[in-house]
Design a protein around this ligand. Structure first.
Ligand code: NAD
Ligand code: UDP
Ligand code: UDP
Length: 315
C-alpha cells in the first residue's frame, strides 16, 4: 500500500478520491484550505487510522514524505474561482510549482486535475487532446483557464527538465454527491432550485451544450490513469462524451424531482463556451475506460444526495 497526498481532498471530486484510496488501505494525507471544500465531505473518513487531514494552502511550500501526489486543489466553480481571481492563479501556478517541487524531491508520481477549459470556446467538436484551444487570455474566466494551461506547461517542463513522472488529465464537467448546494455550477443549481420550488435559472437560450460525467466514473478513470505505465503522461481527456443542451438538463431535473419550478432565462455569462464534448478515444485505448453511468441515473443519485443535504440529514 502507498502513502498518498491528495491536495484539494476535501472538495467534491477530491473527497471521493480520498474515500476510495483510504478504503483500498493506502495511507492518505488530505491537504486543503477549505475555500470550497468542507470537513463534512470527509468526516466519515476521520475514523480510519490511515486517513489524515492538514489545513494547508498549496500556494505555500509543504514538506512531507509520500509515494504519490494528486493535485486537485483549485476552485472549479466559476462563481468561486472568479471571486478571487488572483488567488485562483496563485493556486494553479504557485500551487503546482510547490507540489512539483515536492514530487521532484521525493521522486513521487504526480497527477494534475487539468480541465476541458484549456480548450476555451472551441472551434471544433468533439475536442481531442491535439486541439490547442481558443482561450481569451484577459477575460473573467482567464484566471482559471490560463492558470490551468500554465499548470500544464509546468507539469510538462518538470517532466522534461527534471524527469518528474506526471499524469495530466483534462477533466470535463463532472457532477454528483458532495457538490456544494451553493456551488453555482449548473447541476447543483438546477437540483437545489427544483427541490426548493425556486425558478430554474437557464442562462441564455439554453442551447449551449456540456457533456456530464458522474463522479464515480471519473474516480475510476483518475485512478486507472495514475496506474498506467510510465510512458504515458497525458494530456488525457476524461469525461462523458454524451452531449446535452443545458435546457434539456433543466427539463430532466424538473421531471425527476417532480418539481413545480418554472424554467426562466437569465443573461448568459460573458465568455460562456457554446459547446463541450470530449473525444475520449485516447482514454479508451490507454486506460481501457469509458463512463457507464448515464445522465438520468447520475441525476437521480445526485438528487437523493441534495434532498438529504438540504434537510440536514447528510452524514
Ligand atoms: P472543488 O472546488 O469542490 O474542490 C477543490 C478543492 O480544492 C476544495 O476542497 C478547495 O477548498 C481546495 N482548494 C482550493 N484552493 C486551494 C489552495 N490554494 N490550497 C489548498 N486547497 C485549495 O472542485 P472539484 O469539482 O472537486 O474539482 C477538483 C479539481 O478538478 C479542480 O482542480 C478542478 O479544477 C478540476 N476539475 C473539475 C471539474 C468538474 O467538473 N468538477 C472539471 C474540470 C476540472
Ligand atoms: N517544495 C516544497 N516541498 C518540497 C520541495 C519543494 O514545497 O519538498 C517547493 C519549494 O517552495 C520550491 C518549489 O517547491 O520553491 C519548487 O521546487 P524546485 O526544487 O523545483 O525549485 P527550487 O527549490 O530550486 O526553487
Ligand atoms: N448554467 C445555467 N444556469 C446555471 C448555472 C450554469 O444555465 O444556474 C449554464 C452555464 O451558462 C454554462 C453551463 O450551464 O453554459 C455549465 O455551467 P457550469 O458553471 O456548471 O460549468 P462550466 O461553464 O464551467 O462548464
Amino acid at each position: 500500500m502507498k502513502r498518498v497526498l491528495i491536495a484539494g481532498g476535501a472538495g467534491f471530486i477530491g473527497s471521493h478520491l480520498c474515500e476510495l484510496l483510504v478504503k483500498q488501505g493506502n495511507e492518505v494525507i488530505c491537504i486543503d484550505n477549505f475555500y470550497t471544500g468542507s470537513k463534512r465531505n470527509i468526516s466519515r473518513l476521520l475514523d480510519f487510522n490511515n486517513f489524515e487531514i492538514i489545513r494547508h494552502d498549496v500556494t505555500f511550500p509543504i514538506y512531507l514524505e509520500v509515494d504519490e501526489i494528486y493535485n486537485l486543489a483549485c476552485p472549479a466553480s466559476p462563481i468561486y474561482y472568479q471571486n478571487d481571481p488572483v488567488q485562483t492563479l496563485k493556486t494553479c501556478v504557485h500551487g503546482s510549482i510547490n507540489l512539483l517541487g515536492l514530487s521532484k524531491r521525493l521522486k513521487a508520481k504526480i497527477f494534475q486535475a487539468s480541465t476541458s477549459e484549456v480548450y476555451g470556446d472551441p472551434e471544433s467538436s468533439p475536442q481531442s487532446e491535439s486541439y490547442w484551444g481558443r482561450v481569451n487570455p484577459i477575460g473573467i474566466r482567464s484566471c482559471y483557464d490560463e492558470g490551468k494551461r500554465c499548470a500544464e506547461t509546468l507539469f510538462f517542463d518538470y517532466h522534461r527538465q527534471h524527469g518528474v513522472s506526471i499524469r495530466v488529465a483534462r477533466i470535463f464537467n463532472t457532477y454528483g454527491p458532495h457538490m456544494r448546494h451553493d456551488d453555482g455550477r449548473v447541476v447543483s443549481n438546477f437540483i437545489v432550485q427544483a427541490l426548493r420550488g425556486d425558478p430554474i435559472s437557464v442562462y441564455g437560450d439554453g442551447r449551449q451544450t456540456r457533456s456530464f460525467c458522474f463522479v464515480s466514473d471519473m474516480i475510476t478513470a483518475i485512478t486507472k490513469f495514475m496506474e498506467v505505465s510510465e510512458e504515458f503522461c497525458g494530456p488525457l481527456n476524461l469525461g462523458n462524451p454524451v452531449e446535452t443542451t443545458i435546457i434539456d438538463v433543466a427539463r430532466q431535473v424538473v421531471d425527476l424531482t417532480g418539481s413545480k419550478s418554472k424554467i426562466v432565462h437569465c443573461p448568459l455569462p460573458y465568455d460562456d463556451p457554446r459547446q463541450r464534448k470530449p473525444d475520449i478515444s485516447k482514454a479508451k485505448k490507454v486506460i481501457d475506460w469509458e463512463p457507464n453511468i448515464d445522465l438520468r441515473s447520475g441525476l437521480i443519485q445526485t438528487i437523493e444526495y441534495f434532498e438529504k443535504d438540504l434537510s440536514g440529514t447528510t452524514a
